[in-house]
Design a protein around this ligand. Structure first.
Ligand code: PMP
Length: 417
C-alpha cells in the first residue's frame, strides 16, 4: 500500500472536502475558520465565484498553451493587468509556476544583468526549497541541513531583528546596515555582488516587517554600487500587508519584484517584474519553463486582480489587519509568554517566549494544535517554530476576525493549562 512520505510535516489532521471564503469543511463534517489561507495563497478566499468562473471558462478553451510556444489571451491580459498594480518602473514581466522558481529566475536575471556572481540575502529569510532558493534561505536549518553543497556565491547579512536582541528598531537597523557595509568591504566586494534579495516582511523566518529605513539603506547601497535590489514579495505582496506591495511602506522601488502565492488565489503561477532596461541585459531563451504562465492559472490571476480591485481588498486587509492586531495586543497584555506581536495588515505574528525570555517553540506548537481543537487553523513560523502566524484571506470579515480572536484565546488557555 502506498502511503504519504514521512518527509512531509503535516500541520493538522484535517482532510478537506470543500472550502468557501474563510471556511474549510472537513470530510468528517467539521468546519474550520482558516487563518492559514494555504500559506498566504487564497487571497480572495477559497473558491471565490469570479475566480472559479474564470478558471472554468478557460479550462474549456485551452488548459496548457505553453507561452513560449504559443501565446495565449489570459497571459496577455494578465500582463496588462499587472501594469495597473506594479510600480511603473517595472514595465516588463515573465512568468513561472512557483515562488521558488521565480526566486531562481530573479537570481539568473541579476547575474546576467550585472555579470557578477554573488548574492547577498538576509538572516531569517525564506526564499524557497529548490537548491538555489534554499541557498538564500536561513529561516531554519530544516530548510538546509543535509542538502549541501548548496549554490555558491551566497552571503548572508544580519536582518534587523530588534526583538531578538532587545533593541529598538533604529539600533537594529544601524547595526544591520553597518554589518552589510562590513560584508561589502571584507567578503563580497561590490564588484562581485550581483544582487540583494529580501522579503518586505520576513515570512517563514518569523513575520518580521523589514523596517523601511533598512530597505532605504539597501536601495542607497544598490544604487551606489550597481547592485540589483530584488524584493521577494511572494508572501507579503498582493495586498496582504494593507498596501498592494509590502515594500510600499518605504520610499523605495526595487529593481526586480517577484510575486506568486496570492496572485492567482491558489492556481500555481508566479511573476518576475523588472524594467525593460534591466530585462534587456539578459538574452532571449535564458528564462522559461514548461508550465510557467499556465493559461488557467493566468485566467485565475486576471480574475483575482479584478476581485482585489473591485472589492477593495487591499483596504480590507488594512482595516481587518488593524482589528486583528488590536485584539492580539490585548491578549498579549494578559499573557507574559507572548513576547511580541507584530506584522502588517493581515500578516500578523505572535512570538512566544519562555519565562526566561527565550524562544518558546513548544508553546507555539501547542497553541497551534489547540487551535485545531477550537476549529481555527493556524501555522507556526520562526527559526525556533516559536511564532504563530495569522494569514486570513483578504476577504475576511469583521465577524470572522472576532471569531478567530475568540478561538485563539481559547487555544491559548488550553495550551497553557
Ligand atoms: N519566497 C517567499 C517569501 C515565500 O514565503 C515562499 C513560500 N513560503 C517562497 C519564496 C517559495 O515559494 P514556493 O513554495 O511557491 O516555491
Amino acid at each position: 500500500m502506498t502511503t504519504l512520505s514521512p518527509l512531509l510535516k503535516q500541520a493538522t489532521p484535517v482532510v478537506v472536502d470543500r472550502a468557501l471564503g474563510s471556511w474549510i469543511y472537513g470530510t468528517d463534517g467539521s468546519t474550520y475558520l482558516d487563518f492559514t489561507s494555504g500559506i498566504g495563497v487564497t487571497s480572495t478566499g477559497h473558491c471565490h465565484p469570479a475566480v472559479v468562473a474564470a478558471a472554468r471558462e478557460q479550462t474549456g478553451r485551452i488548459i496548457h498553451a505553453q507561452y513560449t510556444t504559443v501565446m495565449h489571451k489570459p497571459l496577455l491580459e494578465l500582463t496588462q493587468k499587472l501594469g495597473d498594480v506594479l510600480p511603473a518602473a517595472l514595465d516588463s514581466v515573465f512568468y513561472a509556476t512557483s515562488g521558488s522558481e521565480a526566486v531562481e529566475a530573479s537570481i539568473r536575471l541579476a547575474r546576467m544583468a550585472t555579470g557578477r556572481p554573488n548574492i547577498i540575502a538576509f538572516h531569517g529569510g525564506f526564499h524557497g526549497r529548490t537548491v538555489a532558493a534554499a541557498s538564500l534561505t536561513t529561516a531554519g536549518t530544516k530548510f538546509r541541513a543535509g542538502f549541501s553543497p548548496l549554490m555558491g556565491g551566497v552571503h548572508i547579512a544580519p536582518f534587523p531583528y530588534a526583538f531578538r536582541y532587545g533593541w529598538d528598531v533604529d539600533t537594529a537597523v544601524d547595526f544591520a546596515l553597518k554589518e552589510l557595509d562590513y560584508l561589502l568591504q571584507t567578503i563580497s566586494s561590490p564588484a562581485d555582488t550581483a544582487g540583494f534579495i529580501i522579503e518586505p516582511v520576513l515570512g517563514d523566518g518569523g513575520y518580521l516587517p523589514t523596517p523601511p529605513r533598512f530597505l532605504e539603506g539597501l536601495r542607497e547601497r544598490a544604487d551606489r554600487h550597481g547592485i540589483v535590489l530584488i524584493l521577494d514579495e511572494v508572501q507579503a505582496g498582493f495586498g496582504r500587508t494593507g498596501k498592494f506591495w509590502g515594500h510600499q511602506f518605504s520610499s523605495i522601488t526595487p529593481d526586480i519584484l517577484i510575486t506568486a502565492k496570492g496572485l492567482a488565489s491558489g492556481f500555481p503561477i508566479s511573476a518576475i517584474a523588472a524594467s525593460s532596461a534591466l530585462m534587456s541585459k539578459g538574452w532571449a531563451g535564458s528564462q522559461g519553463g514548461t508550465y510557467g504562465g499556465n493559461a488557467v492559472a493566468a485566467a485565475a490571476a486576471v480574475a483575482t486582480i479584478g476581485v482585489v480591485q473591485d472589492e477593495n481588498l487591499v483596504e480590507n486587509a488594512r482595516v481587518r489587519g488593524n482589528q486583528l492586531r488590536v485584539g492580539l495586543d490585548r491578549l498579549a497584555l494578559d499573557n507574559a509568554l507572548i513576547g511580541d506581536v507584530r506584522g502588517l495588515g493581515l500578516m500578523q505574528g505572535i512570538e512566544f517566549v519562555t519565562d526566561a525570555g527565550e524562544p518558546n517553540g513548544a508553546l507555539a506548537g501547542a497553541v497551534q494544535q489547540a487551535a485545531v481543537a477550537e476549529n481555527l487553523l493556524l501555522l507556526t513560523c520562526g527559526s525556533a517554530g516559536n511564532v504563530i502566524r495569522m494569514i486570513p484571506a483578504l476577504i475576511v470579515s469583521a465577524e470572522e476576525i472576532e471569531t478567530g480572536l475568540e478561538r485563539f484565546s481559547g487555544a491559548l488557555r488550553a495550551a497553557q493549562r
